[in-house]
Write a protein that binds this ligand. Structure first.
Ligand SMILES: Nc1ncnc2c1ncn2[C@@H]1O[C@H](COP(=O)(O)OP(=O)(O)OP(=O)(O)O)[C@@H](O)[C@H]1O
Length: 349
């Protein structure tokens, strides 16, 4: 998705402090999103994600820094300019934010009504959007009659009403069950391709990033601590926080019964359980047997599987290493130097 076109969104050196003397919600944050890209921002609660995404359409104003969207210098626009620019930026919310007394069609038409679009044009635009989100049959339903997934489809349709080129998704699937989450993510991916959208999303779930993002930035305490192609960040996370996020998705804990069946370490030895993740042509099996030979460490392979991100495969193994503590450590460091990612497995998880 990288290309030479100017970025659709550029955030540069953003700082934001809500209260004098309070902590920085954004501390020198810079990201740039290419046209057509799905860019994810992931972080724990309080990391600054909402503040950041709300700075894109200036629902929140940064104290300093630059915000450029589709070529507009957002902070330099007057009210009329800002209204125009905002029509090019749709936003989808976690809790849908629908009007309960308006039908699906009326909810979708709402932003057009606010923008003064004539009724006939509103109707034809709504008729155009409903099939895009699979809601043709529910035009006259009220939000209370819809499932969570359908409500979010309305939220997405409303965000698309003014034909934006940029879609901001603020935890758009966090209120949905896993199956509905998958459906909505597939819909967003499909709409990106059909409507040529650029998507910036925030989430606390690495599963969402793995499912649809091209690139990701990881936030912590108001800063971007790591960013890159999703495949690279998943297979070679550099920061401990990123490693924890990644292990949520690809390093599920090994069942206690499995661990109980593993031999105990002998006197003077240690047993170290880890996930070993590899990408590209490296054969994990060869690495494991070489590590065994060269470091005198026994590797017991507990489980192994192949997964993929954006069509690129990678392998993940759970291993138990047995040997003298210093040798086990040295062998694992050697694997990391080869580019494999080693994450400890909690024995009590
Ligand atoms: N309106 C506000 N007034 C004061 N402080 C705020 C406000 N909004 C956010 N904050 C503070 O700014 C920091 C970043 O919050 P933000 O909501 O951007 O993080 P987040 O990563 O989106 O977390 P969450 O998922 O919980 O919303 C936090 O310390 C938060 O308490």
């Amino acid at each position: 998705m990288q290309n030479s076109a100017p970025p659709a969104i550029v955030l540069e050196g953003l700082r934001k402090r809500y209260a004098a003397g309070g902590t920085l919600a954004l501390d020198d944050v810079s990201i740039s999103v290419q046209p057509g890209e799905i860019f994810g921002i992931v972080g724990r609660s309080g990391a600054g994600k909402s503040t950041l995404i709300r700075c894109v359409n200036l629902l929140e104003r940064p104290d300093s820094g630059q915000v450029r969207v589709l070529g507009d210098d957002m902070l330099g626009l007057d009210d009329a300019g800002l209204n125009r620019a905002r029509r090019g930026i749709g936003m989808v919310f976690q809790h849908f934010n629908l009007h309960s007394r308006r039908t699906v069609a009326e909810n979708i038409a709402f932003p057009l009504e606010v923008a003064g679009v004539p009724a006939a044009e509103r109707r034809s635009r709504v008729a155009e959007i409903l099939p895009l989100v699979g809601l043709e049959a529910r035009a006259n339903a009220y939000p209370a009659q819809l499932s969570g997934g359908q409500k979010q489809r309305v939220g997405i349709a409303r965000a698309l009403a003014s034909r934006p080129r940029v879609l901001l998704c603020d935890e758009a699937t966090s209120a949905l069950d896993p199956e509905t989450t998958e459906e909505i993510l597939a819909l967003i991916r499909d709409l990106r391709a059909r409507l040529d959208l650029t998507v910036l999303l925030i989430t606390h779930e690495m599963g969402v990033v793995k499912a649809i993002c091209d690139r990701v930035a990881v936030m912590e305490a108001g800063r971007v601590i790591e960013h890159g192609r999703v495949f690279d960040v998943f297979t070679r996370p550099a920061q401990p926080t990123t490693r924890r996020f990644v292990s949520e998705v690809i390093g599920h804990s090994v069942p206690a019964e499995t661990i109980a069946r593993l031999p105990a370490p002998e006197a003077g030895e240690t047993r170290y359980l880890a996930h070993v993740l590899f990408a590209g042509p490296n054969s994990t099996r060869a690495v494991i047997s070489q590590a065994s030979r060269e470091f005198g460490v026994d590797y017991n392979i507990v489980s192994g599987r192949i997964d993929e991100i954006s069509g690129e495969p990678f392998g993940i193994m759970a291993v138990a290493a047995y040997g003298a503590p210093a040798k086990v450590t040295a062998s694992l460091l050697w694997m990391q130097e080869l580019g494999l990612t080693v994450t400890p497995i909690e024995e009590h998880a």
